[in-house]
Design a binder for this molecule. Structure first.
Ligand code: FAD
Length: 344
């Protein structure tokens, strides 16, 4: 009997959770991602430093996550047992123009991947057929099956995929999924309504420590909404003093097309203002623009399914947002595929 082949587009958390569950159910799964490695918005950014610190690392997307549902708690416990995840103890503060206030959290434990946030997706991808550096450019349907058109990102050369897929699971951020998926999908309206806000991210390194006693701050009255000291997370290098700066969605939206120099000087000035002190000279500064960082209007659907077409779309945006939402979305998508081909 021909195996049931499923293509999963996107090797972020939702795609990999889905792919693992489907592979465990005996389906033949191939995962494609345009990134250089797995992890999507949970990626680690490597930046060349100086001779003393040649390889600098930053969690430039997701910073930490919480676990509220019992299914996700169980998964997190497994990751902790295997050393893939650890609690991040902080301390965390609010920062308002140099004034420190209390942690605004509700007492939930904050977790991170070890030694980087990408450890989680790297672990999930083990044993799966995952092709990175492959951008899916189109989907076509004939004879009840899907064909995937793709190109290698580095060369922009077409990649010929001979096989046919019984179903497609698309885990792109909703606005990108709208572009890729065929016009006739039954959930186009719901998908088109989902928005994700942008985020400018600064990554800055200092040879000399910034003399503050906290690990991360929720910033108020500032272009920034979050700053974090990388080495305060478990398993990170102790030096140099690397910081991640995340701008607020509103500021990021207003500044989307500003020059890199304008963004850099605004984010560093906002960092200094949030700390209420001048900064030492950085040994490096880099930045990244996330066009689709966090869902503004997430759905609570789990995933969106077109059973007639064998097409499922999911991501953090379809199941309540953030890392835990992505986990739930991946599980819901796997459940939907099992329902289509294995009868539940
Ligand atoms: C700046 C920032 C801060 C965040 N902070 C937190 C936080 O503190 N806590 C928290 O819980 N969450 C946070 N998040 C959100 C969290 O990262 C996401 O909820 C989660 O990682 C989403 O996973 P996903 O699998 O749904 O999507 P993604 O990780 O976006 O995965 C989609 C994948 O699709 C790939 N892709 C896109 N187009 C194509 C294509 N055409 N062909 C092939 N592949 C393609 C991408 O490369 C990507 O790997 C943050 C995100 C950002 C960006």
């Amino acid at each position: 009997m021909e195996p049931v082949r499923i293509a999963v587009i996107g090797a972020g958390l939702s795609g990999l959770i889905c792919a693992r569950a489907l592979a465990a159910a005996g389906l033949e799964v191939r995962v494609f991602d345009k990134g250089r490695g797995v992890s999507g918005r949970m990626s680690l950014r490597r930046i060349p430093g100086n001779s003393a610190h040649p390889d600098l690392q930053f969690d430039h997307g997701a910073q930490y996550f919480t676990a509220r549902s019992s299914a996700f708690r169980e998964q997190v416990q497994d990751w902790i047992t295997r050393g893939v995840v650890s609690p991040w103890e902080g301390p965390f503060v609010t920062l308002t123009r140099g004034q420190c206030g209390p942690d605004p959290g509700n007492g939930d434990v904050r977790y991170v991947g070890v030694p980087g946030m990408n450890a989680i997706c790297k672990d999930l991808s083990l044993g799966l057929d995952v092709q990175c550096g492959v951008r899916v450019t189109g989907l076509s349907r004939g004879g009840g099956h899907w064909r995937v058109a793709a190109e290698r990102v580095q060369t922009a050369r077409e990649l010929v995929l001979e096989e046919e897929f019984a179903a497609i699971v698309c885990t792109l951020p909703a606005p990108q999924a709208v572009e890729l998926l065929p016009e006739e999908i039954c959930f186009r309206e719901e998908l088109s309504a989902v928005q994700l806000g942008p985020c400018w991210c600064g990554m800055v390194s200092f040879a000399q420590d910034i003399p503050v006693a906290f690990s991360a701050g929720f910033v108020q009255e500032s272009p920034l909404r979050w700053i974090a000291r990388e080495r305060s997370k478990p398993g990170r290098p102790r030096a140099p003093d690397n910081w991640v700066l995340h701008a607020s969605p509103d500021w990021s939206r207003q500044m989307l097309s500003r020059s890199p120099e304008q963004i850099a000087s605004a984010l560093l000035a906002a960092f200094s203002a949030a700390l209420g002190r001048p900064l030492p000279e950085p040994i490096q500064y880099s930045q990244h623009r996330w066009m689709y960082a966090l869902p503004v209007s997430p759905l609570a659907a789990g995933c969106l399914v077109d059973p007639g077409l064998g097409l499922i779309a999911c991501g953090d945006w379809s199941a309540g947002d953030r890392v835990e939402g992505a986990f739930q979305a991946g599980q819901a998508a796997a459940e939907a595929v099992r329902g289509l081909f294995l009868g539940g």
